[in-house]
Design a protein around this ligand. Structure first.
Ligand code: DAT
Ligand code: MG
Length: 151
């Protein structure tokens, strides 16, 4: 079992709707380690780089408009299996298809306002944390709860 990093981001709708605390809380309670956190107004160029794999999609311009429409909350989380587990906590891309109990299943209704981003692979986790955080903004630390989370 490998320690991984994932990039999690509360999108502008989540910030506007006051869901930041609730969302951070779900990852904290699960037992993952927060290593980076900031409120940030994303420039267009960064949004385009982050979503570059979707450049050819018809919804790309609207997606960039949405992500840059207000501040986002950028987070880096660390843990064994954190990438896939975070995707499960987040739920399906379309919130109407997301299971109840997931963040999108509980808190959103439309793909274009789906509240949160999570990296889809450990490689993209590293890539996205590098994209959104500067040197020194990600902290390495040892939570005291560690021995109570894992044998
Ligand atoms: P996810 O965010 O679940 O990883 P993705 O990487 O396929 O999903 O797409 C990134 C975002 O783009 C997604 O959160 C919302 C938007 N998006 C994806 N598919 C869409 C579609 N068919 N119509 C409108 N927006 C879409
Ligand atoms: Mg994705």
């Amino acid at each position: 079992d490998e320690v991984e990093e994932t990039y999690i981001m509360v999108k502008p709708d989540g910030v506007q709707r006051g869901l930041v605390g609730e969302i951070i809380s779900r990852f904290e309670k699960k037992g993952f380690k927060l290593t980076g956190l900031k409120l940030f107004q994303c420039p267009k160029e960064l949004a385009e780089e982050h979503y570059k794999d979707l450049q050819a999609k018809p919804f790309f311009p609207k997606l960039i408009q949405y992500i840059t429409s207000g501040p986002v909350v950028c987070m880096a989380w660390e843990g064994v299996g954190v990438v896939a587990s975070a995707r499960k906590l987040i739920g399906a891309t379309n919130p109407l298809q997301a299971e109840p109990g997931t963040i999108r299943g509980d808190l959103a209704v439309q793909t274009g306002r789906n509240v949160i981003h999570g990296s889809d692979s450990p490689e993209n986790g590293k890539r996205e944390i590098g994209l959104w955080f500067k040197e020194g903004e990600v902290c390495s630390w040892a939570p005291v709860q560690e021995p109570w989370l894992r044998e």
